[in-house]
Write a protein that binds this ligand. Structure first.
Ligand code: IPM
Ligand code: MG
Length: 360
């Protein structure tokens, strides 16, 4: 089983190193090949997603990804910015289905900024469409306005669009995921304003009526969903939405759990090839300090074993080891609270490795 390991920028290198350590103790037939991506790749080769990195990713069973981005690249032309690497990988690998679980570990109930009773036992799954919407819609660009409020002035524009097959295939993913959990899908849209999301709502309703009557479907406007997520998050099971709303809501949901540093993600294509990355970014402010939480990346490696490599048992072992270190009271700064033991990135990774070994 071949894994492309793309650590990227900022804390990416530190956290991916810990996940690699964890994978290695499992003694599975895994072939890990590293390649640069994002700003790190730009520095070496002048492009955030070099041909060789893309080729490695395309040929691998799975990609283990760290994070990309740094303020110092903000002035570069858009095609050269680090973020283009992850967008390019999503596009070239066809990774349309993004799974972002938001689970509040009982050990961390007090790390959330919400009242413990609101988040205790929280387990929701965000399914975000990842290769369409305003992120990829053409045309886009800058031009001189010919109409609107200020004709003749400089303007910028993007295009929000979804085709029927794009909505159908991600709707199937969402309903099937719900079937294996709480059997409820909340489809988030802005059908009251946007044509694209009225269409989204119509197509999702059709797919539901034709195939998934055993799953409960509710529709919710995105503004209300943002509110309900902090008001009564446990009412959700699968939160299903498009690319941009999913970007925003998944960060919000992450904070319910105490720290975005705990949350893994998986992005899959139609062949179950996947890219696995923490839900958080490159955090340049704490990069190189050895304080980042590696657990989201370690849990992403577990998702990789489960979804793309067919190693359910190994995935469960990693998840149990993570539970164990939390129970033992180990905390990186982002999840630290009084009475627990503050550790760095490497110590946290070592503790997971040790917990795995203790499982025998
Ligand atoms: C995410 C990130 C990316 C996105 C950026 C880095 C392009 O915020 O994965 O949520 O907007 O999708
Ligand atoms: Mg985001």
């Amino acid at each position: 089983m071949k894994i492309a390991v793309l650590p990227g920028d900022g804390i990416g290198t530190e956290i991916v190193a810990e996940a690699v350590k964890v994978l290695k103790v499992l003694e599975l037939p895994l072939e890990l090949e590293h390649a640069p991506v994002g700003g790190a790749a730009y520095e070496i080769s002048g492009h955030p997603l070099p041909e060789a990195t893309l080729k490695l990713a395309l040929g691998a069973d799975a990609v283990l990804f760290g994070a990309v981005g740094d303020w110092k690249y903000d002035k570069l032309d858009r095609p050269l910015r680090p973020e283009q690497a992850i967008l390019g990988l999503r596009k070239h690998l066809g990774l349309f289905a993004n799974f972002r679980p938001a689970i509040c570990y009982s050990q961390l109930t007090h790390a959330s900024s919400l009242k413990p009773e609101l988040v205790a036992g929280l387990d929701i799954l965000i399914i975000r469409e990842l290769t369409g919407d305003i992120y990829f819609g053409q045309p886009r660009g800058r031009r001189t306005a010919v109409d609107g409020h200020f004709p003749g002035s400089e303007e910028a524009f993007d295009t929000m669009r979804y085709s029927r097959p794009e909505i159908e295939r991600i709707a199937h993913v969402a309903f099937q995921a719900a079937r294996k959990r709480g059997k409820k899908v909340t489809s988030v849209d802005k059908a009251n304003v946007l044509e694209t999301f009225q269409f989204w709502k119509d197509v999702v309703t059709e797919v539901h009526t034709q195939h998934y009557q055993d799953v409960e479907l509710e529709h919710m406007y995105v503004d209300n969903a943002a509110m309900q997520l902090v008001k009564a998050p446990k009412k959700f099971d699968v939160v299903f939405t498009g690319n941009m709303f999913g970007d925003i809501l998944s960060d919000e949901a992450a904070m319910l759990t105490g720290s975005i540093g705990m949350l893994p993600s998986a992005s899959l294509n139609e062949r179950n090839q996947g890219l696995y990355e923490p839900s958080h970014g490159s955090a340049p402010d704490i990069a190189g300090k050895g304080v980042a939480n590696p657990l989201a990346t370690i849990l992403s490696a577990a998702m990789m074993l489960r979804f793309s490599l067919g190693q359910e048992q190994a995935a469960q072992r990693i998840e149990a080891a993570v539970q164990q270190v939390l129970t033992d009271g180990l905390r990186t700064g982002d999840i630290y609270s009084e009475g627990t033991q503050r550790v760095g990135t490497r110590e946290m990774g070592d503790a997971v490795v040790a917990a795995l070994k203790r499982q025998g």
